[in-house]
Design a protein around this ligand. Structure first.
Ligand code: 4NP
Length: 160
């Protein structure tokens, strides 16, 4: 059976979405679900195509045990709407960019990643790029929480 596929999307694909990619993939592997869930990430912008994640994201993630350094940024493309079951945006600006790209016949799920938390909606992962290290810590904490919620959701809806 084809794995359930998850695509995390932010603006540059060097801070938030690679963090979500690394954190959620680690959770999936820890739970022995790597054969049924596949994970990827992309940016709506094209500035950082081919670049590794921002060092601040990589360093903050490593402190919590997540490896991001092997990831490379790419830009979302229309074919991603064919290939992925769940496309999850980090904030409303990127969600609205994605909504404008949706091709006819897209039957997947497009939404905000933090919909998979108990926080008041809409909840967003703030862009840490122009700020300090504390922003990257906050991003990680938000993403760890939403990753647990997303996995619970997938277990309840997809693997029953
Ligand atoms: P991300 O952060 O969307 O979480 O990867 C950003 C990275 C780069 C830029 C903006 C946000 N930028 O303007 O280059």
């Amino acid at each position: 059976m084809k794995p359930t596929s998850i695509l995390f999307v932010c603006l540059g694909n060097i801070c938030r979405s690679p963090t979500a990619h690394g954190v959620f993939e680690s959770l999936v592997e820890t739970q022995g679900l790597a054969n049924v869930i596949s994970v990827d990430s992309a940016g709506t912008g094209d500035w950082h195509i081919g670049s590794p994640p921002d060092n601040r994201a990589t360093d903050a993630a490593l402190v919590r045990g997540y490896k991001l350094a092997h990831l490379r940024a790419r830009q979302i493309a229309v074919h991603d709407f064919v290939e992925f079951d769940h496309i999850l945006a980090m904030d409303l600006a990127n969600l609205s960019h994605l909504e404008r790209m949706v091709p006819a016949g897209f039957f997947g799920h497009l939404g905000l990643f933090l919909d998979h938390t108990d926080w008041p909606k809409p909840a967003q992962v703030p862009d840490p790029y122009g700020g300090g290290a504390d922003g990257f810590e906050q991003v990680l904490t938000l993403i760890e929480n939403a990753s647990a919620g997303l996995l619970d959701y997938l277990k309840a809806t997809t693997f029953t």
